[in-house]
Design a binder for this molecule. Structure first.
Ligand SMILES: Cc1ncc(COP(=O)(O)O)c(C=O)c1O
Length: 413
């Protein structure tokens, strides 16, 4: 019902009354995130932000995207890129993503691919097709905050799988599965957001065999796997999937550009069919135009060389951030050493509340995301997430000095 309907409730309404009487109950359980509030101030020119999960904009392949766009519009069937198109996605791009998924170790064909509006959309689609009110979702703790939001909409419960430096601990799963009867496990095995931690190969095997034993659906979210700047790639959990229980998600957001909003899901036919229906109801299809641009870009330019450039740059930025933290942070602060991706995770001494730290950080014009938002139960006060892909090396050095001063002040207080 549109906002005009509220006028029928009698006297003039305030925003407060609309909120109480009109919005669906499901919105009550969705937390607004601190990150959105923080991002509002990042526009100020002298702020250094380690808060957003943004790729480096200077590495976007602008000239190549321009050229791909011109070619798409110059084609004899250019109108096709401006027309409605099938929900499953542009067939040649489904082929491209199937080939990319096979390179990563996943046995699939174009028929197993659903093109999605970023990899954010299939989180919602998974919620739509699996979750009823009161259902349980297993997640790493902490986990990606917009996944928490996506599932919270469906009025679910969360149960945390314990994690350490090797990712989630699969041995903890059987007891959790038996107690909580979860609908699915959501996991980010590569350079996890927010911790930067990677799930070991052994644990992927163990996780998969436990999931297969219990028939547990695994939602494997892999936006960062191609951004490995150290160590060796580990095949996705989906590569082990003989039972059709793993839904694999990936995206071009971190390897080409997030503004294009193109991602993909690989799943068994029965799951993909339901996701396709849910997507049809949500947006009919991902932009025909954007899909064709992405297809042209991947067909005609050396995207691997471009990803190599991103890897090298992010690897350098991580090393600069790590060295700057070592030089200037007070004792008692520790952080992860990811081999790829865009984030590291700082553990502060017991008793520090990073929401409090944030106030002082704003005064000193440096931003991070306090840990709380990444925990479904809003615990995690002593953690902070730092993004190292978006700031320049100079900004990283300066920003970490500012952050260290904030931490020193608080540690002394
Ligand atoms: C773990 C994770 N999943 C999904 C997404 C959504 O990415 P997109 O919708 O741009 O593909 C992000 C974005 O930062 C992310 O970190």
């Amino acid at each position: 019902m549109d906002a005009g309907y509220t006028g029928e409730q009698g006297s003039a309404t305030t925003g407060e009354q609309v909120m109480n009487t009109t919005f669906a109950r499901r919105m009550d359980s969705v937390r607004s995130s601190t990150i959105r509030e923080i991002l509002k101030v990042t526009e100020q020119p002298d702020i250094i932000s380690f808060a957003g999960g943004l790729p480096a904009p200077e590495l976007f392949p602008v000239a190549e995207i321009l050229s791909a766009t011109e070619r798409v519009l110059g084609e004899s069937n250019a109108a096709g890129s401006l027309q409605y198109s099938p929900t499953e996605g542009f067939a040649p791009l489904r082929e491209t993503f199937a080939a990319e998924s096979r390179k990563r170790g996943i046995d699939c064909s174009a028929d197993d691919i659903l093109i999605t509006t970023g990899s954010q959309q299939p989180l919602d689609l998974a919620g739509k097709i699996f979750l009823n009110e009161g259902d349980c979702v297993l997640t790493e703790n902490p986990t990606y905050l917009a996944a928490i939001q996506a599932f919270q909409i469906y009025e679910v419960r969360f149960a945390a799988v314990p994690t350490d430096g090797g990712g989630l601990i699969p041995e903890a799963l059987p007891a959790l599965i038996e107690r909580e009867r979860p609908k699915f496990l959501y996991t980010i095995p590569n350079f996890q957001n927010p911790t930067g931690v990677t799930l070991t190969a052994e644990r992927r095997q163990t996780l998969y065999s436990i999931a297969a034993r219990y028939g547990l659906i695994v939602l494997e979210d892999d936006p960062y796997g191609s951004l490995r700047y150290a160590g060796k790639s580990i095949p996705p959990i989906k590569s082990l999937d003989t039972e059709g229980i793993v839904i694999y998600l990936s995206t071009i957001s971190k390897t080409i550009a997030p503004g294009l909003r193109v991602g993909w899901a690989v799943a068994a036919a029965n799951i993909l069919g339901k996701m396709t229906i849910a997507k049809q109801a949500a947006d009919l299809h991902t932009s025909s135009f954007d899909q064709r641009i992405v297809h042209r870009y991947l067909a005609e330019f050396d995207s691997e060389a471009h990803i190599e450039l991103i890897r090298r740059s992010y690897g350098e930025r991580f090393l600069i951030m790590d060295a700057s933290l070592r030089e200037s942070m007070p004792p008692g602060f520790d952080w992860t050493h990811p081999e790829g991706g865009m984030f590291l995770w700082v553990t502060c001494p017991e008793g520090v509340d990073t929401n409090e730290l944030m106030r002082e950080a704003l005064v000193r014009k440096v931003l991070f995301v306090p840990g709380r938002d990444f925990f479904p139960d809003a615990s995690g006060q002593r953690f902070m997430r730092l993004n190292f892909s978006n700031a320049t090396p100079e900004q990283i050095r300066e920003g970490i000095q500012r952050l260290a001063k904030v931490c020193q002040t608080t540690a002394i207080a």
